[in-house]
Write a protein that binds this ligand. Structure first.
Ligand code: ZN
Length: 369
């Protein structure tokens, strides 16, 4: 592990990936028409409707399949009831699932769980539903993105400097596999960071890394209480190679293959425990911000309830850094522009279009100063 002691020049770039970066990703390799048909990534606001969509193959046209009802009937029925989806009481009607926001559902389950004492039937039912929903989401995101990299992101990463970092708020592994494919400095930084024991923030401040601030579906926790890895977050990798979905859950220490992904549920009550690895990653992101000359937002929409990221980007006010510029991959809406101005004082600047609304910034080849 190399450490750089002296203060590096303040010309670093921080790439910030939101849900739109995965939605608009150009995903490769194309392994089968079935995988391609299910490869669309969901948005937070229209989560279930997007999850249920399957593109056409040579055997069927575009269609919607209630994969939640098929795999987690209890969660499906609870949402149908609580959101008063009358048509879905009898049969599956994808239209009623439009605009059901994943964050609202998780928050609903969280509040339900907290309302009654531990051990009561009500509390247990909500806890089980929350866990099942989390399993459903991580498994299906994994099926959609497993082993795939994004050509747009690759194009940008090729132009990054070794000390530039990437912040991702996505659970999927598209950024991970893209970095692995490029095999750039921030990929090595990511592997070292996730395997550091214990993780010292100061070791990584001047290195390019990938910071997945809401966890990741390939960060696995061993459920075996007798195992030395129990309770620890393990990036599913063998040496420098990321493991794929079929092999990622087995614990290398005890062999238990029921490992659970570590992800932060998208609720308005996110809790990041002090001293945890996630807490250190947030602190590291904060430390790195002061050395950034530019922040490039790709498909990130400043969700109003993500108070942690708001805290992070407001840190710019407390730094004497050299931040000159913010770039946004999309033409910011009025709300986003106001939020960007409010959070950072600088208006975002949209780059010209490449055809994909989430990836306009990828066409930018000039070196901005
Ligand atoms: Zn284990």
């Amino acid at each position: 592990m190399s450490k750089t002691k002296q203060r590096p020049p303040d010309n670093r770039t921080l790439l910030v990936l939101g849900a739109g970066a995965s939605i608009g990703a150009a995903k490769y390799p194309i392994e089968s028409s079935w995988r391609q048909a299910i490869a669309n990534m969901p948005s937070g606001e229209n989560f279930f409707h997007d999850m249920f969509f399957q593109g056409k193959t040579h055997t069927h046209a575009n269609r919607y399949l209630n994969v939640l009802g098929l795999t987690s009937e209890g969660v499906n029925d609870l949402i149908v009831r609580a959101w008063a989806m009358k048509n879905n009481m009898e049969h599956f009607d994808p239209d009623e699932w439009r605009q059901i926001n994943i964050e609202e559902v998780f928050t609903f389950l969280d509040i339900g769980e907290g309302m009654y004492p531990q051990g009561t039937q009500y509390q247990r039912a909500f806890r089980i539903c929350r866990r099942e929903l989390q399993e459903f989401v991580t498994s299906f995101l994994a099926m959609k993105s497993d082993g795939l990299h994004c050509e747009h992101l690759m194009d940008i990463i090729f132009r990054l400097q070794p000390t530039d970092s990437i912040v991702s708020f996505n659970w999927d592994t598209i950024a991970d596999f893209t970095l692995q494919r490029v095999d750039c400095a921030s990929y090595g930084g990511y592997l070292d960071l996730m395997m550091a024991e214990p993780l010292q923030v100061s070791d990584f401040v001047h290195r390019g890394v990938l910071l997945k601030l809401h966890g990741s579906l390939n960060w696995i926790i061993c459920p075996n209480s007798q195992c030395r890895l129990h309770g620890k977050i393990r990036l599913a990798a063998e040496g420098r190679t990321l493991l794929r979905f079929m092999t990622m859950h087995a614990c290398p220490a005890c062999g238990n293959n029921r490992g659970r992904p570590f992800t932060v549920p998208p609720t308005s009550q996110k809790l990041i425990r002090r001293g945890s690895i996630l807490h250190k990653l947030w602190l590291l992101a904060r430390e790195q911000l002061q050395y950034c000359r530019r922040i490039v937002f790709i498909g990130y929409s400043f969700p109003t309830t993500d108070f942690y990221s708001e805290w992070l980007f407001r840190q710019i006010y407390f730094m004497e850094g050299s931040l000159r510029r913010l770039l946004s991959s999309t033409q910011p809406s009025r709300r986003l522009r106001a939020q960007l101005q409010s959070v950072t004082r600088v208006c975002s600047e949209a780059a010209r279009s490449t055809g994909s609304r989430h990836w306009r910034v990828s066409a930018r080849r000039d070196s901005d100063s």
